[in-house]
Design a protein around this ligand. Sequence first.
Ligand SMILES: O=C1O[C@H](COP(=O)(O)O)[C@@H](O)[C@H](O)[C@H]1O
Length: 763
Amino acid sequence: TEPRSHTDIILAGALGDLSKKYLWQGLFQLYSKFSDSKNTIAFYGVSRDVYEVGAEKLNKILQERVTCKMKDDTKCERRRHEFIQKVRYFQLKADEHFRKFGTFLNSKSDKLNQSVVQGRIFYLALPPSTYTSMAEKLHNCCLLRSGKHWTRIALEKPFGSDTNSAKEMAEGIGTFFKEEEIYRVDHYLGKSVVKQILPFRLKNKDALEPILNSDHVDRVELVMKENFGVKGRFEYYNQYGVIRDVMQNHLTELLALVAMNLPSTLSTREIESQRMGILNHVQPLTSRHTLIGQYSKYISEAQEEGVNASSSAMTPTFGAAVMYVDNARWRNVPFLVISGKQLDEKSSYIRIVFKDKEFCVSSCTHLNGSHFHGPKQIIFHIGHGSLPSPGILVSKNLFKPKLPPGLSTIVVTSHDSSVYGLSMDDFNVAVPIENNDAYVTVIEDLYLGHQQSFVSTGRLMTLWEIWTPVLSGKHSPKMYMENADFSLNFQLNNGGIEFTDKYIAFVESPSEARDQMRSLPPRFLGHKLVVGSSDELYQQVAEEIYIKALSSVTDKKSFHIAFSGGTTPIPLYRALVTFFPNFPWTRTHIWQVDERCVLPTNSKSNFKVMETELLQKINIPYHNVHSMPVFLAGEICSDRGVKLYRDDLTFHLINNSFDLVVLGVGSDGHTASLFPRSSLLDDSNSLVTLTSDEASPRRLTLSYKMINKSKFVIAIVTGKSKHDIVEKLSEETKSKYDYPILGVNPTLGNMTFFIDNDAWFGE
Ligand SMILES: O=C1O[C@H](COP(=O)(O)O)[C@@H](O)[C@H](O)[C@H]1O
């Protein structure tokens, strides 16, 4: 007997990553659910590989990647076997291949009775640069042309990289396929909870509609955090970055779903019109509304994959934006859109936080209907994070949700697991009955022609118009530490957002010096080297110190740093004060590398400089400042002072190890107060010591032993007067007796030389 319908599904890019990871499994599940004697489906995998190679690779992928959820599910195993047998491979490279493939498909189709509704789906899991030519070839060779039929072409993002490129691409595809045939995939629209947003809103409209507006909503957070980096995708990611990768598409689509006016039905036309209605009122973004960051190892990881550093320098891996919908319903409500790689956790959610208008007077800690004084919120938990499953969470003090058919309630028994600022049992929780992988749903929607789950051309263009203004790439991303960085915290200010710690959120495009710096030999005297203009260099040193401080305070609640004397640290003190107002000074202990044997009021006193430039400007506890006791009870530089400092070091430091030592280098190659040919250069016992008469005045200094125990050493060399020493150090084999800086080699830690352009280039 003839089937009622027959569909050909052609997967181009059949051997690629996406197909391997998700699409073949999705197609298998489609086959299991929908293919029967009445509705048949044929599957074709196509790629540029010759038949023998491609067919074998495809078979391997199918055998390895297509699985049944449950072990020993014999029915599923049988279907799986059938499916794998059914998939056919074709090479599509030359025009002739396309012609032959078209002839083959149509000969099959001609054999079917005219009453059979035939469909043909082309799924392009290919680089977008190939879309237009592929669309043209498929259009010319492989369309169904007679009988009752339909055609769909599915495309994977990226759909352009800004308004113009997206328009060009849309026009290219639009030449060969009609709007209703184009299915642009945004897999977030296939996530099980995302699918339930509109049904949930409709079902609960009596409770929800009156409160989903600016009178009641304090803010909406749309978040997609990941705790891994970009490994294996740097080429792609450098061209796109986090805004284009997920914020312009997934997260703004989510915004539309929560903010749009409720459609009266769930038809494609109604939904699309309400979505466009809201997106057309989203204010285009400006740099005041966005922040970007880059995780600290991004450039070096990209280099390891052979991607050059200068193309990675401006790529944001973190983005935050505040968006506003300029209509009566949502005016002034901030929609905070946040995404990033290498953050503390993998978690995606939409969180609607309601204004707290009620003031609790008594029994405030009890859950007591609407009197409970806690944040009122609705969370669409899309996936991952601390919850075991995707779900919709409604604060119990808000309302008791009714459930549409796709959701079921779960009873939460755990009292202590804390989520979104509340205990789990402060929420009514509903979970999707079917929790399929997003691609399973995408493929099902594609087959069923549910266009509302895909991105129309009109919507695509509106999304790009919102985001394109902030894609100029003029701003440097702020560097952040992997996994545990609170330096990305930001706050609303006058309708815009700013990092709470304001350090160079936006510096103008990187100077030539920075580009030049990136192409320099990466090492100097066996240590890491950074060269740049003096300003940038000091900012970088300050940033390095800040990052080390955060990490140390996170790990062990304290940070011990020693600063050398002289003029070199002055711009560093200024950079720390200016750019890092949130430096964890209360947990930082400041030590001196060396001090001149003078009164603390003397202008040559290193401490005096530090006090004026740094200590007076920060909020650091008195006991955390460890000045060298060069003046004790009327005596200048006594052995008692040496002993006191040594005891202080030993008391505070684990293994006498600083977290960081900042050194300068003199034009004679000295560092700390370790001078050429000094007897101190052979002293392997002391931690602190006094110089004899090689320098006047005498000085108290940390020894090599103490410096080399540090976890990290930064040596700063700046100014033209240091150019000769930089040259000498790099050209000849020297000994530490002539050039004491050569004796600095932290035994367990690392060292970086920061050398400014004047000292490096000498002009
Ligand atoms: O589209 C993308 O999404 C993934 C995250 O998807 P999820 O389903 O695991 O939440 C992201 O890692 C990737 O960079 C981006 O291209």
